[in-house]
Design a protein around this ligand. Sequence first.
Ligand SMILES: Nc1ncnc2c1ncn2[C@@H]1O[C@H](COP(=O)(O)OP(=O)(O)OP(=O)(O)O)[C@@H](O)[C@H]1O
Ligand SMILES: [Mg+2]
Length: 382
Amino acid sequence: MTGARFEGAGERLGSAPRDVLEALLASVADAVYVVDAAGRVEFANPAALDLLGYTEEELLGRDSHATIHHHRWDGTPFPEHECPLLAPRATGETVRVDDDAFWRRDGSRFRVAYSSAPLATRGGRGAVVVFRDVTRRAEAEEAQRREAVERARAEEIHASRARIVAAADAERRRLVRDLHDGAQQRLVRILLSLRLAANEATRAAGGRAEHGDAAGGDAATDAGGEQLRELLDEAASDTQAAIAELRDLGSGLHPQILTNRGVAAAVESMTAPLPLLVTREIPERRWPATVEAAAYFTIAEALTNVVKHAGASAASVRVVDDDGGRLTVEVADDGRGGADVTRGSGLAGLRDRVAALDGTLEVESADGAGTRLRATIPLPAS
Ligand SMILES: Nc1ncnc2c1ncn2[C@@H]1O[C@H](COP(=O)(O)OP(=O)(O)OP(=O)(O)O)[C@@H](O)[C@H]1O
Ligand SMILES: [Mg+2]
């Protein structure tokens, strides 16, 4: 730093001897420069020269805005009349800016925080600018912001998956209720009417026989009555079959027994008709509806797979509520093994359903060693 260059600023920076000020400005970590009334760099301390990449000879006397502040961080031009750094020359007020860009000699940029204060120089009011490279701080802040946005997005996706599963379960329960209270009830009433009509037809035919009508020889009426009864019986058994089909459809969607009595009862009624031995160990307890649905559908899919693919002689179902806030559902068979989540949609769908509740699905299934499927589902704190 040369004494001559320093003179303009030094005279105004206080009454301390110039060499003290010089020493001070040379040693402070903050970068400092002074512009004169015309906005030209009149003084720059070593920290400023270092950050900007200039020698003193290169920088002094240059138009400060055009040299180090010509563009904003986003690359758009920075008109000099909008420059806050130079404003104190006109306003006499100090300006502080937290995040802006300065441009180095080599054309690269860095983020700066600065204050610019009015300073009387020989040619009129100039400004003294103190600045710091805040690139690292700004980058850290930006990374933090990005992380927070990412986290919020991941949380939202996660929450929306859980909501979708819960909504789908609720919708299945509603459909089952509608089927039961609507079509099924109506079919039951039709069935009753058909039974009554068949009985009437039988009675009418019997009555005629008793009154000796048959002797009168109206064989055609008798045959018609018999035919009518057969038709009514047939219609009744078709209706009965339709009721059974509706019931099966409903229980595939969401078994009423699961809603009414929970997992243990629902699994018991599911395993009864299966063509293999299934041992069950399931506590008679109730859990939240989404957890029960996940447990039930895990067991249903696993047992369907055992019947379809395993060639097993026995299977076991175990549900453990370890009171540690999670439910473990395990289905094992002694069949051929080789289950693969990526091959069908059953196991993959289960994995998604369980994951939506924050749980995990593991499949152990070495060739020839049977299959063990384990779902672990966290239980809500309440
Ligand atoms: N218990 C099991 N024993 C042997 N192989 C199994 C068993 N469970 C599943 N697999 C194998 O893993 C594959 C994937 O099972 P997944 O349930 O995903 O599909 P899927 O049963 O074939 O069809 P979907 O369930 O969609 O009707 C099956 O095709 C079958 O080859
Ligand atoms: Mg399957």
